[in-house]
Design a protein around this ligand. Sequence first.
Ligand SMILES: Cc1ncc(C[n+]2csc(CCOP(=O)(O)OP(=O)(O)O)c2C)c(N)n1
Ligand SMILES: [Mg+2]
Length: 547
Amino acid sequence: MANALRGADVLARTLERAGLTTVFTLSGNHIMAVFDAALGTGLRLIHVRHEGAAVHMADAWARLTGQCGIAMVTGGPGHANAVGALVTAQAAESPLVLLSGHAATAELGRGAFQELRQADMAAPATKASWTARSAAELGQDLARAVRIATSGRPGPVHLSLPSDVLDELVDDDPSLWPQPAEFSPDAQPLPAAAAEAALTALTAAERPLILAGPALCTAPGRSLLARLEAATGAPAIGMESPRGLNDPALGAFAETVARADLILLLAKPHDFTLRFAEPPFVDAACRLIVFDPDPALIERAAREKGARLIHRAVADPAAAAETLIARSAGKRRAPEGWRGEVEAALRYRPEAWRTLEGAGGGRLHPIEMCRAIAAVLEKHPDAVLVCDGGEIGQWAQSLLNARRRIINGVAGSIGAALPFAVAARLAEPNAPVIAVMGDGTFGFHMAEIDTGVRLGLPFVAVVGNDATWNAEYQIQLRQYGPNRTHGCELLPSRYDLVAAALGGHGALVTAARELGPALERAIASGKPACVNVMIERAAAPVVRRHR
Ligand SMILES: Cc1ncc(C[n+]2csc(CCOP(=O)(O)OP(=O)(O)O)c2C)c(N)n1
Ligand SMILES: [Mg+2]
């Protein structure tokens, strides 16, 4: 073969041609052919310390750049380590492709090294999951994977790469290379009649709401929602938290949702986050409109709501919003008073939070911690804010904001914050990255500080260290009583020294006045940093004006 290429070359060059050049990876026997094929291409391999981190990074990359994220791991256990992280990307509606090495096709069923039913294993956490069959089809496989990941409701896709397919030789031929259009998402526009029906209902309603799903919670998605709100007069709110209506980032929003008379679910799943839109959370007479890319989710809402679902259509979220904006010109807008009421509820935080101070004694209240971080974010309006979960994550999400924010999301999983921070800095090389997480959460992926050090990707991990898996401790306290709290304690460990040991910057903070300067020093260090803040054990906030 004059111009013979390996399957691995087809894969690497297809990624390069598609501009998908940042690959978050952890090496392994089955994928070393791809590492080799990457030489001489424009591919940038970001070699991480755990396969789950590679997937989390591809997820954050997608959320920040709008591009499909790419993660590549080895077969068997490497793949298994990656699969858990897909769940976070799936619930966050984040498009990525997981490429996993795989035992050689010729050895399957014979006891091959690391043989595992990988496609079956990834299936429930992905939009599509399959195993490549030949080198000649690898380019098309990849284009299809990217297209599925980015179409409709975005999400992860898995493709397994048997090692003999990666090593197989094929002649270089135009048929190997997919056309750019083959990567492009399939478009599902909102039908004009559905848009008109929705706008008529929205303008006739007294207290309408537009609730959007995670896919529209990116920075461009939120700008689009603001335009949609301005065009229709109906408050348009993105929901991306497992706390749903009780998301403390939405202030006292739950109180106004209960008063809505019409809710348009714009690619927002009808699910537990809405408390299934049942009373007392949503009024029994409130009507619903569902525009969703997924017919199965429309059917589910129809089953749940019957005649209260007044209009429905299959449509992509951003396209549907654009159509609604275009068609709302000249139409009556929803009442101003209602919009003001919703805005006030979203903005509401208890007055006492402004001045609240902890008991001292070397520990800050989470509010004091967030106050200092908020001041730093104000000074750095270009900063990317990462928030993980747990009780401290709820405080941070309630009290901190930034134009570019990524949170763990509807999956309610903890641990992604450090990988998110590394990928955020890669995506935004000139912006400070501030990642807030609990001490339990820090432990999941603390080795990614090493990835940041090796690759020169600084970020500031702010650890709210209450020496507890506090979210679970609070459940024990609430549900089982103060005498039955056990097993959720951690040590007040020096995570700042972990960062320093790995070549990063570390600081321990035990008083509120120290935190602002410590954060500025951490940013100025130009290294991956851990600011280890000793905090009180405080239950996450539930924000209500009327009890
Ligand atoms: C992957 C995963 N494992 C376990 C949990 C359950 N969980 C939710 S919050 C939490 C405690 C988190 O502790 P920490 O990070 O210290 O935050 P804190 O609640 O103490 O502020 C746990 C164990 C989860 N949500 N996700
Ligand atoms: Mg904790």
